[in-house]
Structures are given as C-alpha cells and as structure tokens.
Design a binder for this molecule. Structure first.
Ligand code: AMP
Ligand code: ZN
Length: 114
C-alpha cells in the first residue's frame, strides 16, 4: 500500500522512533497524544481495518495484545490501568485505514467515549 502512512512507518520509509518492533508488529507514539501514554500498535502487513481481518490474522491480533500488555508494563501503566482501543470505520472514528490499536494510560480515562 504505497500511500499508507502506517505502512511507511512499518517499512522504515518514514523515519519514526519505534518503541517496539518485531517481524510482525511495530509500536510508536501517537503524534496527537490523548493521554500521558498514547502508543499505536500496528501489524506490519497492511490490513485496512478490523472488519477486514481474515481467519489467519487472529493469531497476529493475539500477538498484538500480548505486545500491548508488555508495553503497558514497560510504560509503567499496567498497575493503575490502561485502555486498548481500535476504531473501526467512519462511525467508529477511524481516520487511518491501516489496522491499529491505541494503548492509552497515565490518567483516569472517561467512559462512555464521546
Ligand atoms: P484513528 O482515528 O483511530 O484512525 O487513529 C489514527 C491515529 O493515528 C490518530 O490518533 C493520529 O494522531 C495518529 N497518527 C496519524 N499519523 C501519524 C503519524 N505519522 N505518526 C504518529 N501518529 C499518527
Ligand atoms: Zn498500511
């Protein structure tokens, strides 16, 4: 996906500091943070949104959740609590159509979301 900003981050074409990387997943700071800790976790392969997940992708999603737990520990927010969010589609508030998981923490988050 040549025009996808998150594919460019995952491939290294865009020079972005990664807080975590392995062969399948990358994580980096959100450029418009909504909490003291606000990371984005992405699969390196282009999946446009949650609704485009295929059967073979669910193990990868589990791996991303494992990574989110690990990053929450490393960022010091695991104990107090945090939130993992995936916005899906226009009504869900998705603006970048490459699957991503927001990891938010470091303050008391409101519920319900707006
Ligand atoms: P969403 O609205 O759920 O699709 O989230 C997209 C998120 O990506 C927003 O929170 C943006 O601030 C963030 N974002 C967009 N471009 C970049 C970028 N180049 N680096 C870091 N975060 C980005
Ligand atoms: Zn992409």
């Amino acid at each position: 996906m040549e025009d996808c900003i998150f594919c460019k981050i995952a491939s290294g074409e865009l020079d972005t500091d990664l807080v975590y990387e392995d062969e399948r997943v990358a994580a980096f700071a959100d450029q418009n943070p909504q909490a003291p800790v606000h990371l984005l976790l992405i699969p390196k392969k282009h999946i446009p949104s949650m609704r485009k997940l295929e059967e073979k992708d669910y193990e990868l999603v589990g791996h991303i959740y494992r990574t989110a737990n690990q990053l929450a520990e490393e960022q010091g927010i695991a104990e107090d609590g945090f939130r993992v969010v995936t916005n899906c589609g226009d009504d869900g508030g998705q603006t970048v159509y490459h699957l991503h998981f927001h990891l938010l923490g470091g303050r008391r988050l409101q519920w319900p979301p707006g």
